[in-house]
Design a protein around this ligand. Sequence first.
Ligand code: PMP
Length: 381
Amino acid sequence: MKKKWLFTPGPTPIPPEALLAMAQPIDYHRSEDTVALIKDVLEKLKHVFQTENDVLFLTSSGTGAMEGAVANLLSREDKVIVVRSGKFGERWGEICTAFGVEIIPIDVKWGNAVDPEAVETLLDEHRDVKAVYATLCETSTGVLHDIEALARLTRVRPTLLVVDAVSGLGADDLQMDNWGVDVVVSCAQKGLMTPPGLAVVALNGRAWDAVSHSDLPKYYFDFRKAYETGLEGSVPYTPAVTLLTALQCALTRICEEGIRSTIARHSRLAEATRSAVKALGFTLFAVSPANTVTSIQLPEEIDGKAFLKLMLDKYGITYAGGQSQLSGKIVRIAHLGWIDESDVIVAISAFERGLIEIGCDIPLGAGVTAAQEVFRAVRVG
Ligand code: PMP
């Protein structure tokens, strides 16, 4: 079997103990052991969300939690602000529209982060806005949004802040309680180092109040059912028990490392990657880059899709390409989840070799040296 390296912003590599846990015989989802498992997972998630609020989980990918965060919080007459700066911000808008909710979009040029002042202006113009839907790391562009600044605006208003932290949770800082973020949604296959199939959501008191008034239709993704059963270590429907065992292992890792250190590690890996990319003469696509993923603007003469195919076929390396209008134009190298400094060196060295192979004139080794310098400086400093 060819050795494979996964440098995509989800799914991400799974730690061995999580893989082994999934090889255990399947358990009944109402067994005492599963009750204890669910309670433990939900407790550990609080640490990752940096919150005292209870967390709930759903058996779905991240989009299920996003849909739930619309269906459970809003009512038919509501208006919401949606920050659209890439594919996932657009998804918030699409879900709201599907549920008949009026959206006031803020369209941000892909690669840029939203200007909090623009959000403030809209909030002042539309005082009846029920919520702002935003994204922590806009994975399609690699941009980090200033969620703390947005929360400063919403927490003093009757407006909720709902954050898609699907890719950013555990890599980019998101202090739910300290900043006053009302709702955070995420899922398993990113920073939580678990295979796809579980979504996680945290809501504060203001958000639960909105849930109690919401009249949009919901059934499978009914947050109240998931929350109330979850408190008892139970579930309304058969959950992905196997994935929960993997998630427990992954969460144990994060709790042992400590969420602040986990975020600091991601920050170091991201800085090294950015430094490498620049040393090779490339431009970063994101104006305010996230810790989760580094997006690299490709010169026009490089066929991004052919490059990604070469990297997979020849080196067993998967980077992510561009989505929608960025298809073939950017490469995204993720440094997310179970990734360390050596992995980043592999990602960069292979990047260099692939570029040379397609005829790019780059200073071979300059990227690796730049990344090593970042790691050395951090260790010395
Ligand atoms: N939001 C963001 C920021 C994402 O990165 C993704 C997945 N790439 C999603 C939402 C959707 O998640 P899923 O594919 O698990 O439904």
